[in-house]
Design a protein around this ligand. Structure first.
Ligand SMILES: C[S@@+](CC[C@H](N)C(=O)[O-])C[C@H]1O[C@@H](n2cnc3c(N)ncnc32)[C@H](O)[C@@H]1O
Length: 185
C-alpha cells in the first residue's frame, strides 16, 4: 500500500467515526447550531460515514440541502444506507469526488471539513475550488485532530487558505481539537 493510501481514513475504520461517545462529545447540532439555518446549501467535504451530513440535513430543513462528498464510494454507501427510504433522501445528495477535485459547481452557504484537510495532498487547490463556490457570506468550518496535525501544521494550513483569498472569521474552541472558521476576504 502506498503512503498516499495510508493517509486516507479507510472505510473499515468508518465505525470509529460513528460512535455514541462521539455523538456525545461532538454533537453535530450543538457544534454547528450557530452556523446552519433553514434553507442553506451545505457541502460536507470528506463526509465519511455521514456523522455530520445526516444531522446537517435535518438542520437545514425542508428548503435546504446537503451535498456529501467523499473520495471513497464505500463511505458514500454508508451514508446511503442511513438515509435510504427516509425523507432525507431527497435533500442529501451523495457525490463521489476525485483526490484533487471536488467537482461541485453549485454555490454553497456552508462548508464542513471535519478531520479531512490533512488527508488532502493539494490543499491550495482544495481551498481555491471551495472559495470559487462559496457564497459571499458563506463560511468554511474546519476541524483537525491534534494527533495528526500539530499547532504549527494547523497554522500553516490556515496560511495556505488565506493565501487563496480566504480570511479567518473565528477560532471556535472544540475540546481536544483544532478549529477555524474561514470566510471570503
Ligand atoms: C477521518 S475521515 C472524516 C469523516 C467525517 N468528516 C467525520 O468527521 O466523520 C476523512 C474522510 O475524508 C475523505 N477524504 C480523504 N481525502 C479526500 C479528498 N481528497 N477529497 C474528498 N474526501 C477525501 C476520506 O475518504 C474519509 O472519508
Amino acid at each position: 500500500m502506498s503512503n498516499r493510501k495510508n493517509r486516507v481514513c479507510p472505510v473499515e475504520r468508518a465505525g470509529s467515526l460513528d460512535t455514541r461517545i462521539r455523538k456525545w462529545m461532538q454533537n453535530p447540532r450543538k457544534l454547528l447550531g450557530n452556523y446552519l439555518k433553514e434553507g442553506m446549501t451545505v457541502l460536507d467535504v470528506g463526509c465519511g460515514p455521514g456523522f455530520f451530513s445526516v444531522d446537517m440535513t435535518g438542520m437545514v430543513g425542508k428548503t435546504g440541502r446537503v451535498i456529501a462528498v467523499d473520495l471513497q464510494e464505500g463511505m458514500l454507501r454508508k451514508v446511503r444506507d442511513k438515509i435510504q427510504g427516509t425523507e432525507l433522501e431527497e435533500r442529501l445528495t451523495l457525490h463521489l469526488c476525485e483526490e484533487d477535485r471536488i467537482g461541485v459547481s453549485e454555490p454553497v452557504d456552508f462548508v464542513l471539513m471535519f478531520y479531512v484537510v490533512h488527508e488532502v495532498p493539494d490543499q491550495e487547490n482544495l481551498f481555491r475550488e471551495i472559495g470559487s463556490i462559496l457564497k459571499p457570506e458563506g463560511q468554511i468550518f474546519i476541524v483537525e485532530p491534534p494527533f495528526h496535525v500539530s499547532k504549527k501544521g494547523f497554522e500553516h494550513m490556515i496560511r495556505i487558505a488565506t493565501n487563496t483569498g480566504l480570511t479567518v472569521v473565528k477560532r471556535p474552541k472544540i475540546f481536544l481539537n483544532r478549529a477555524v472558521v474561514l470566510g471570503r476576504a
